[in-house]
Design a protein around this ligand. Structure first.
Ligand code: BG6
Length: 489
C-alpha cells in the first residue's frame, strides 16, 4: 500500500485498555510490532481506563495478557522493552475536565498520536470532546474506531457526526478487522496481478459466487451485546460486505486509500435492495438450538448463560445478493454466515460457467465447471478445480476433476500468519487509510442492511432453528437450490 506523507505516530493511547479487545488483541499485536522492530524507541503506549491502578499493576496485567494470548514463546528482552513503553492513566471518560490529567501523562507535545477507541461507541463523542477540551488534538493525530458504529444508518450517523466535530475524515480510521487479514488482502493480488483472473472476472465467465463465514463458537459470554445486534449487524453489514466489495469491485486506478474505497463503495451502492416484497425469497434467518459440536453437547442460543428465552435474534444469515451493474448483472453472490456451525471455516468459492460444448461426453457426460476456492481461514490458500486427463492408454479419453492447491503454509514455509490487528495498527501508525472503512462505505452498507432488517420486522420473519453443529437451517439449502445450485460443503 502507498505510504501517505504523514508522520509516524509515537504515542498510542488506548481508551478501554483493560477491556477484552485491548488485552486479547491490541497489546499482543503491539508486542509483535515491537518484536519485528517496527515501533520506534520513543513510542509510548498509554492505557486509559476507569480503574484506579498503579503503573506497576497495569504493567503486570499486560504481561499476563501477553503470556495468555500469544501462542509462541515470548522473547524476554522484547517483553522488557515493550513493557517499558507502557503508561497508565485512570480516567472517567465522561468527565470532560478530567482530560487535563491525561494531558499531563502524554509526554511529547510534538508526537503524532493514535487514539484508539476500544470502548462502547456511545462514548466516542465524549472522548473526542474531552480530548479537544484538553487541547490534545493536532492535525497529525489519528483516531481509531472499533465497530459496531451504530446499529442502523441513523445511529451510525450520530456517532460519526459526534467524532467528526473534532477529527477530520483523513484522521479517522474505522476498523473492520477482516481488511487486515492476509487472505482478504490477497484478493487484490489474486485479481489484479494475475491476467488469468483479471480478464475472466465478470458475468461472461462466472456463474455465481459463494461466500461462507462460519464460526463454531457461540456467543462466548457476550449474550447481552450480541442479542442487540444479531448476525446481520455483527457480521454481514461489515465483514461480509467488505469481502464482497473487494471481490466484485472494478480495478482501482492505483492502490491509494481513496481509489480502492471509491470502487468498493460503488459495489455496495449497486447492491439490489432486498425489501418486504422479496425478503422471503432472498434471505434466511436462523437461530441455533441445542446440538452437538465435535460430539459434545452444546446449549442452544436461548439456553446460553444470561439468555432471554423469548429472543428472536438471528445467529445465522444466508442471503442471495445481486449487484446491479454491467459486470455482475445476473450473477448471484450467495452469502452465508453463522455461529455454532460445525467448524471455523471461511471461504469464497467462485464458480465459473460450464463449457459451452462438451467433446468428452463419452467419458464425462456433464463436464463440471472450474471452481476457484479462496480459503480465508483457517488453512489459508487458493485452490483451483480443473479437469485433467487420467494418464493411460485406454481407448476412450478418461478425464477427471483435480485440484491445483496453493496452501500458504506450505508455499511460504510455515511463516507465521500475521494477525489482522498487527497489520492494521501498523497502518494507523504509518498513517495509511487504505485498509480502513470510509464513512460513506459504512453508511451505504447500513442502507442495504437496514432494508433487510426492516423487511424481516415488517413480515414477522422469525429465525428458523438449526441444531448447533450444523450448517444452518434447511431453508438455507432451499435458498440456493431454488436456483438449481448447492452450497459447497
Ligand atoms: C467480530 C464479531 O467482529 O468478528 C464476532 O463481533 C466474530 O462475533 C468475529 O466472532 C469473527 O472474527 P474472526 O477474525 O475470528 O473471523
Amino acid at each position: 500500500m502507498k505510504n501517505i506523507d504523514c508522520p509516524l505516530a509515537s504515542e498510542i493511547v488506548i481508551f478501554g485498555a483493560l477491556g477484552d479487545l485491548s488485552r486479547r488483541k491490541l497489546l499482543p499485536s503491539l508486542y509483535q510490532l515491537e518484536l519485528a522492530g517496527l515501533l520506534s524507541d520513543d513510542t509510548r503506549i498509554i492505557g486509559v481506563a476507569r480503574n484506579k491502578m498503579t503503573l506497576d499493576e497495569f504493567t503486570k496485567l499486560i504481561e499476563e495478557s501477553l503470556n495468555e494470548f500469544i501462542k509462541e514463546a515470548l522473547d524476554a528482552e522484547t517483553v522488557k522493552k515493550f513493557l517499558a513503553k507502557l503508561l497508565y492513566q485512570e480516567l472517567d471518560f465522561k468527565d470532560i475536565k478530567a482530560y487535563s490529567h491525561l494531558a499531563k501523562t502524554l509526554t511529547s507535545a510534538q508526537a503524532a498520536r493514535v487514539y484508539y477507541f476500544s470502548t462502547p461507541p456511545a462514548i466516542y463523542g465524549d472522548i473526542s470532546q474531552g480530548l479537544q477540551s484538553a487541547k490534545l488534538i493536532n492535525d497529525a493525530d489519528r483516531v481509531v474506531m472499533e465497530k459496531p458504529i451504530g446499529n442502523c444508518l441513523e445511529t451510525s450517523k450520530v456517532i460519526n457526526d459526534q467524532v467528526s466535530r473534532y477529527f477530520k475524515e483523513q484522521q479517522i480510521y474505522r476498523i473492520d478487522h477482516y481488511l487486515g487479514k492476509e487472505t482478504v488482502l490477497n484478493l487484490l493480488v489474486l485479481r489484479f496481478a494475475n491476467t488469468l483472473f483479471t480478464n475472466n472476472w465478470d458475468r461472461n465467465c462466472i456463474d455465481h459466487v459463494q461466500i461462507t463465514v462460519a464460526e463454531s463458537v457461540g456467543i462466548e459470554g457476550r449474550w447481552g451485546f450480541y442479542d442487540e445486534a444479531g448476525q446481520m449487524r455483527d457480521m454481514v453489514q461489515n465483514h461480509l460486505l467488505q469481502v464482497l466489495s473487494l471481490l466484485a469491485m472494478e480495478p482501482p486506478a492505483e492502490l491509494s486509500a481513496d481509489s480502492v474505497r471509491d470502487e468498493k463503495l460503488k459495489v455496495i451502492k449497486a447492491l439490489k435492495p432486498i425489501t418486504r416484497q422479496n425478503v422471503k425469497d432472498k434471505t434466511v434467518r436462523g437461530q441455533y438450538a441445542d446440538g452437538y459440536l465435535n460430539g459434545v453437547a452444546v446449549p442452544g442460543y436461548l439456553n446460553e448463560e444470561g439468555a432471554n428465552e423469548n429472543s428472536s435474534t438471528e445467529t445465522f444469515v444466508a442471503i442471495k445478493a445481486e449487484i446491479d451493474n454491467w459486470r455482475w448483472a445476473g450473477v448471484p453472490f450467495y452469502l452465508r454466515t453463522g455461529k455454532r456451525m460445525p467448524q471455523k471455516h471461511s471461504e469464497i468459492v467462485v464458480h465459473f460457467k460450464q463449457q459451452a460444448h462438451n467433446i468428452f461426453s463419452e467419458s464425462y457426460a456433464d463436464l463440471p465447471s472450474n471452481k476457484l476456492t479462496i480459503r480465508l481461514q483457517p488453512d489459508e490458500g487458493v485452490e483451483l478445480d480443473m479437469m485433467n486427463k487420467i494418464p493411460g492408454i485406454a481407448s476412450q479419453m478418461q478425464i477427471h476433476e483435480n485440484k491445483l492447491d496453493l496452501s500458504f503454509s506450505q508455499a511460504y514455509d510455515n511463516q507465521r500468519v500475521v494477525d489482522a490487528y498487527e497489520r492494521l495498527l501498523l497502518e494507523v501508525i504509518k498513517g495509511d487509510q487504505s485498509l480502513f472503512v470510509r464513512r460513506d462505505e459504512v453508511e451505504a452498507a447500513w442502507v442495504w442492511a437496514d432494508s433487510i432488517i426492516e423487511a424481516w420486522q415488517s413480515t414477522n420473519e422469525e429465525p428458523k432453528p438449526y441444531p448447533a453443529g450444523s450448517w444452518g437451517p434447511v431453508s438455507s439449502i432451499a435458498l440456493i437450490a431454488r436456483d438449481d445450485r448447492q452450497w459447497v460443503e
